[in-house]
Unconditional design. Structure first.
Length: 264
């Protein structure tokens, strides 16, 4: 910096001499320096005179680069030195990135909130509509409950009467089948028809009559009435024997075929 008063040329010459000596002592100035003045107009004339008097050497004058071009050269130099370099400071980049992420989060939360509000509105509307429809159905049910109850009672009575009609002659039919299939010389000691669907037979035979009783049991299980099996193929108690001296006690039970249909 030049002093405000005195000989500017001598003062500037002393400063430049100190600069040159420092460079030579430190080793980075190995050749005579060349002087360049970047200025134009009256400022260039003024400083050229000062430098000429202070340096006693030629001074090359160059016009200054326009600011836009200077900025472009600076940007190119920075990017050439480091491809990842940017003119924007790192703290600004970090702050802008954080602000961008925060905006994304906020917009996402707002979108979720809007969707939730829309879902709640839709749910409330659907609930109101379903409630209205339910009320109408309840009114219709209340109006028809009397007739529905009467219909159930009539159906129950019909089922009871139908079951009685189906079982009215069941015992007689079973007795007729037993009488038809019972081998000669064998007498029954027990004939029971319980619960409207279970036939139980029991008796006593000699050991020579076991085979006819087995045939009698098989014939009853396969007996048909009006083209339909009279008894179920499963269920009941199978034929069993119990030896008592020369006599053999036997018993078995069968279930009517229609019993499974009524129970279902």
């Amino acid at each position: 910096m030049l002093p405000s008063g005195g000989d500017h040329a001598r003062s500037f010459q002393a400063q430049l001499a100190q600069f040159v000596w420092s460079g030579e002592l430190e080793g980075w100035l190995t050749a005579p320096p060349q002087w360049h003045l970047v200025a134009n107009g009256a400022l260039a004339d003024e400083w050229q005179a000062i430098l000429r008097d202070g340096l006693n050497d030629a001074v090359a004058v160059s016009p200054p680069v326009p600011p836009p071009e200077l900025a472009a050269h600076t940007a190119r130099r920075v990017t050439a030195a480091s491809p990842d370099a940017a003119l924007l400071p790192a703290e600004y980049t970090t702050r802008y990135h954080q602000q961008f992420v925060d905006r994304l989060w906020l917009r996402g939360l707002v979108a979720v909130g809007v969707l939730y509000a829309i879902g709640v509105v839709i749910y409330l509307c659907a609930t109101a509509v379903l409630g209205f429809q339910t009320g109408k159905v309840e009114q219709q049910v209340a109006a028809s409950s009397g007739s529905y109850t009467n219909a159930l009672q009539l159906k129950a009575r019909y089922d009871v009467l139908k079951e009685r009609q189906d079982l009215k002659y069941a015992a007689l039919d079973c007795w007729r089948l037993v009488a038809d299939q019972l081998p000669e010389g064998i007498s029954l000691q027990r004939f029971s028809f319980g619960d409207g669907h279970k036939l139980t037979l029991a008796g006593i035979v000699t050991s020579e009559q076991i085979t006819p009783i087995t045939d009698f049991y098989d014939a009853l299980r396969k007996a048909k009435l009006n083209g339909q099996p009279m008894f179920k193929s499963t269920g009941g108690e199978e034929l069993s024997y119990r030896q008592n001296g020369n006599q053999v006690s036997w018993n078995f039970s069968l279930e009517l075929g229609h019993a499974s249909e009524d129970e279902q």
